[in-house]
Design a binder for this molecule. Structure first.
Ligand SMILES: Cc1cc2nc3c(=O)[nH]c(=O)nc-3n(C[C@H](O)[C@H](O)[C@H](O)COP(=O)(O)OP(=O)(O)OC[C@H]3O[C@@H](n4cnc5c(N)ncnc54)[C@H](O)[C@@H]3O)c2cc1C
Length: 341
């Protein structure tokens, strides 16, 4: 049986970042991806300021830059703008291909079209290569992680998000819509990219059913005359249940670890940072990961905010309107932005 120092399952932003950091070490690394093409993933492609700073992406992979964000409720609208860039959009295929290009001329071995079907304590099994041994395993395999299942971790907080990729250049702003009657504790969004806009909505099936979520979204589309015709429908789960990232010689990163924010749905940043930290811990077993603690704290704050919104019941729409009213104060707006981006 062939054996590697590290096998990474999943070539999303987390797995690719992990491979990039490991490529600078003397470890033998195998990166496995079930899809033939690296990059495409159901995602609105929004980058917050912290993800942008972390990634420092070249211009050609950035689709749009936004120096303002529009928040809307059924009654009010607020525009957040401080004369500086607040959010960015990227195309996930381009992000993946750019990250992949960093692995060229390194010793990292990459296999695509390789679905991992079984995980064991010192080897995994794939559809094409069969058994492959490992010393360290990194589960970077997203919200339906086989590695997480192997570890026996339950996932209690699972969200879902769907969107239409609509071929339009009509939108120039990121718009977020809050309406408890339609969206309960979450929001719907318009995220413009170069050639299309992601128009979607996220929710927790434990809080509202998929049927209700769909009905709320359809009502919102109708009420606001949003044209989604010609749009491609896509949906994907979001794992928001973090229970640790290191389990002996097995690591979980990004969505597999449950690091998606339950409040905003952001997950690219967490995948990148946890990918880097897992790699550093493999290279140096004594590595103390301060950044993972920071990520955990942020995720906890977001979950706390979600809980407040969730339990505010009939006061929820009042709360949304109050926030939108309050962000007229630059101080409150900046504080909110710091917490969320
Ligand atoms: C509709 C929607 C909109 C979103 N919008 C945003 C946004 O605007 N900004 C943001 O930051 N986040 C957003 N997210 C979340 C974001 O997409 C994820 O958090 C992010 O992709 C996580 O990266 P990852 O590397 O952990 O996992 P993924 O990107 O999911 O990558 C996992 C990889 O593992 C592969 N894989 C899975 N199982 C196997 C297996 N058994 N064998 C081999 N390979 C396997 C998959 O094919 C995939 O390539 C959104 C999510 C959804 C659903």
């Amino acid at each position: 049986m062939v054996k590697y120092d590290v096998i990474i399952i999943g070539a999303g932003p987390g797995g690719l970042r992990c491979a990039e950091v490991l490529s600078r070490s003397d470890k033998s690394v195998l990166l496995l991806e079930k899809n033939e093409e690296i990059g495409p993933k159901v995602c609105a492609g929004g980058l917050t300021r912290k993800s942008f700073r972390y990634l420092n992406p070249p211009d050609h992979i950035v689709e749009k830059v936004f120096d303002r964000v529009i928040f809307k409720t059924f009654a009010r609208e607020a525009i957040l703008s401080f004369g500086e860039n607040l959010l960015y959009t990227i195309n996930r295929k381009n992000l993946g291909q750019w990250q992949l290009s960093k692995l060229k001329n390194t010793t990292v071995e990459i296999k695509t079209g390789e679905l991992v079907t079984e995980v064991n304590s010192d080897y995994i099994v794939t559809n094409k290569s069969g058994k492959i041994g490992y010393s360290h395993l990194v589960g970077a395999d997203g919200s339906n992680s086989i590695v997480r299942r192997y570890l026996g971790l339950e996932t209690k907080l699972t969200g879902a998000a769907f969107h239409y990729l609509v071929p339009t250049k009509k939108y120039n702003d990121i718009e977020l819509f809050f309406d408890s009657r339609l969206f309960h504790s979450w929001y719907s969004w318009i995220f413009p990219c170069d050639e299309y806009a992601s128009i979607g909505y996220g929710y927790f099936p434990k809080i509202i059913s998929s049927k209700k979520a769909r009905e709320g979204f359809d009502q919102w589309i109708k009420k606001n005359n949003i044209d989604i015709s010609g749009g491609k429908f896509q949906a994907h789960p979001l794992n928001c249940d973090y229970q640790g990232y290191r389990f002996g010689n097995v690591f979980l990163i990004g969505d597999a670890a449950g690091l998606v924010s339950g409040f905003t749905g952001e997950g690219i940043y967490q995948a990148l940072v946890s990918g880097e930290e897992a790699a550093k811990s493999i290279i140096n077993p004594l590595h103390k990961s301060r950044r993972i603690s920071e990520l955990r704290r942020e995720v906890q704050i977001h979950h706390f905010m979600l809980r407040i919104v969730r339990w505010s019941g009939p006061l929820r729409n009042f709360l949304f309107n109050l926030v939108i009213f309050s962000v007229r104060s630059k101080f409150i707006a900046r504080t909110l932005l710091r917490i969320l981006t």
